[in-house]
Design a protein around this ligand. Structure first.
Ligand code: ADP
Length: 207
């Protein structure tokens, strides 16, 4: 693996199912991403892009090969034991915002900080700062069901970056948005990534 890589995969193989139903999605994947790079993963539906993102994000395991994230070899760690590591180093943005429906926008954005025991007042302040940055401050005390798709997705990006992750993984983050909202989301994401020197891996079919 490249010594400077913040993400390194070496001959990773992933199969879903067993026996006659076994379906190998990732075959011998090697990939190296340096800190601060912005990388996009492009390919047809079903190619295994989400599978790859879930593996890099330590949300899913794999059968063989090696994986290093943030300078740490995580190959032999279980998904469960990596939850604290994920919380501190990785921000995940999904195609559908995945905000928790029973919490308001600001509570959703505070969540990663509360999990790592940041004081509530500080978490709220950091979350509000991002909601302002994303122009959805006036939605802060609304629940996702009372917000538009674009507003929810901006809140989801805020939640992914509030903890200052080294790595931002975005799996078709604009998949459910119209053109104007998509552009705004991606521009802000890249801007923030640059400001914070974060590495961004983005799955997209939209150049
Ligand atoms: P992409 O993101 O490129 O569309 P995915 O990684 O979602 O592709 O899926 C790759 C292939 O693996 C697809 O054929 C999909 O049906 C299959 N697949 C994804 N998740 C599972 C799962 N949990 N169990 C079985 N097959 C799966």
């Amino acid at each position: 693996m490249n010594g400077d890589a913040i993400i390194g995969l070496e001959n990773v193989e992933k199969t879903y199912g067993f026996g006659n139903n076994a379906f190998r999605v990732l075959k011998n994947i090697s990939l190296s991403v340096n800190a601060g790079e912005i990388v996009s993963v492009v390919g047809p539906s079903g190619a295994g892009k989400s599978t790859l993102m879930n593996i890099i994000g330590c949300l899913d395991g794999f059968e063989s090969g090696r994986l290093a994230v943030g300078g740490r070899d995580v190959t032999n760690h279980s998904v469960e034991t990596l939850s604290d590591f994920r919380n501190r180093h990785i921000g995940f943005i999904f195609q559908l915002h995945n905000l928790l429906p029973e919490f308001t926008a600001v509570e959703n954005v505070m969540m990663p900080l509360l999990i790592r025991r940041v004081k509530k007042s500080e978490a709220r302040e950091r979350a509000m700062r991002l909601l302002r940055r994303f122009n959805i401050e006036d939605r802060a005390h609304h629940k996702p069901a009372e917000m538009s798709g674009g507003e929810c997705q901006r809140a989801a990006v805020a939640r992914a970056i509030v903890g200052d992750p080294d790595i931002i993984l975005a799996d078709e983050p604009t998949g459910s948005l119209d053109r104007a909202n998509s552009q705004m989301l991606v521009e802000t994401l890249f801007e923030i990534g640059k400001e914070r020197d974060a590495t961004i891996v983005i799955v997209t079919h939209d150049s």
